[in-house]
Design a binder for this molecule. Structure first.
Ligand SMILES: *[C@@H]1O[C@H](CO)[C@@H](O)[C@H](O)[C@H]1NC(C)=O
Ligand SMILES: *[C@@H]1O[C@H](CO)[C@@H](O)[C@H](O)[C@H]1NC(C)=O
Length: 415
């Protein structure tokens, strides 16, 4: 009897202790979140101040003193300035006051969408009848302001009328309608927003333009690839279980293949099956077997080949035009071992629609190879002041775009 009482008392004691510890943790976590939020708001106010003050003003509170500017070294800045004289440089899209997280280019509507850390989404309309230099000279844009958040990834819907964006803090999906007449400065409106976060970690990859579905993928230990409807219903999900996700891509024109490069060896390729632009199924197609982890992957738009960048700075071309349903294995065709020390860490890849060029990004630098033999056609060292965060290939093959922390999404020619 005494013993029973004793154990009951100890049990209650432990329970109470655990309860208070958990409350403490929660409070600490909450205050951390609030601190991060107020820091973000401060940065945003500074950014807004700098914007209003005009280009010439560099006083206190201007962006030059912002956290992003501090992280970027002076030498990087001078070198990135030099890159604007590179023959491949076309222009940069202007008016941003934050890191450029995502740039996407839509073929149907000739629009470019940029997600920026200044809490905006902007959709630029490109006049295709003009030469590219002129078309990129201050094109008109529609602007969407995001309340207390920024978009980490975005893409157009299949009809080019809306933009699906993933929020950085809340990790929700929000669908924005693009204003009909951007020249008149109309804003974008949120027409739908999910209640729940769509991923555990930040959404780094989002594709919505290949049909009426949205593919999302995250980073670090969130290794799920998920498919959503435009209304945020989960349609399918696949966990690659590759420890850390580095890079996700879909094939350029129809999105049939989804490829994931990760910490664990081997590229996982999934197949999206669709009918009349409606999603029907996500299935595992094949693995490209590598003996180490990979940084990036890109598909030929015709689905016949894939290019992967492994951690040892090697690029490899694979044929994936095999009967994988019958367990026929993809084969490696060529490799390129990079020995230029500036290009030791490939971070993004994209293939032109005609399959003749590969755009390969290594942190701040860009190299362009001819395919299939990986002959270097041109390179841009210090294309940005800091590592490139986003790479977008124009589906018409006329140009590509890059974005980084330096506030300037840049447009480049394809040689
Ligand atoms: C993109 O547009 C070009 C010309 O406007 C067209 O030839 C091409 O087929 C389009 N590609 C896609 C994927 O719609
Ligand atoms: C490669 O670049 C990425 C992006 O800048 C960076 O996060 C990563 O640490 C780099 N890896 C190596 C091995 O330098």
């Amino acid at each position: 009897m005494v013993l029973t009482l004793f154990f009951t008392a100890v049990g209650i004691g432990v329970f109470v202790l655990v309860f208070f510890m958990m409350r403490g943790d929660k409070a600490r976590w909450r205050s951390k979140q609030e601190k991060a939020k107020s820091e973000m708001e401060q940065q945003h106010r500074e950014a807004a101040g700098a914007g209003k003050g005009g280009g010439g003003r560099k006083g206190k509170g201007s962006l030059q003193k912002g956290a992003a500017a501090k992280a970027i070294g002076k030498p990087g800045k001078a070198a990135a300035e030099k890159a604007t004289h590179h023959p491949l440089y076309v222009n940069n899209l202007k008016g941003f006051a934050g890191e450029i997280y995502c740039v996407v280019i839509d073929n149907v509507s000739s629009q470019i969408c940029v997600a920026c850390g200044d809490r905006t989404l902007r959709v630029f309309t490109i006049d295709k009848s003009k030469p590219i230099e002129e078309a990129m000279q201050n094109p008109p844009y529609a602007r969407g302001n995001i309340e207390a958040d920024s978009a980490s990834a975005c893409d157009f819907t299949a009809d080019g009328q809306q933009v699906v964006a993933a929020m950085m803090q809340s990790r929700c999906l929000a669908v924005h309608r693009i204003a009909k007449d951007p020249a008149k400065g109309k804003a974008m409106q949120v027409v739908y927003r999910t209640e729940q976060p769509v991923h555990k970690n930040e959404v780094k990859f989002l594709s919505a333009s290949k049909g009426k579905w949205v593919v999302t993928a995250s980073c670090d230990d969130d290794t799920d690839v998920k498919i959503w409807s435009y209304r945020g219903e989960l349609l399918a999900s696949y966990d690659t279980k590759q420890v850390r996700n580095y890079f996700t891509t879909t094939s350029l024109l129809d999105g049939r293949f989804v490829g994931v490069a990760a910490w664990s060896p081997g590229i996982k390729i999934m197949e999206v099956t669709s009918k009349n632009q409606e999603f029907s199924k996500l299935s595992r197609a094949m693995d490209l077997k590598t003996d180490r982890g990979a940084n990036a992957v890109a598909f030929y738009p015709d689905h016949k080949k894939a290019i992967i960048a492994t951690k040892d700075a090697a690029l490899a071309l694979w044929t994936i035009d095999v009967r994988y349903h019958m367990s026929e294995d993809p084969r490696k065709l060529h490799t390129h071992q990079e020995d230029d020390p500036m290009f030791k860490n490939w971070t993004a890849l994209a293939v032109t629609p005609d399959c003749s060029r590969l755009v390969a990004v290594a942190e701040r630098h860009i190299k362009i190879f001819s395919l299939p033999k990986f002959e270097c056609v041109d390179k841009v060292e210090d294309a940005h002041q800091s590592p490139i965060l986003t790479l977008a290939m124009a589906p018409d093959g006329h140009f590509f775009a890059t974005g980084a922390a330096d506030h300037k999404p840049r447009i480049w020619r394809i040689p």
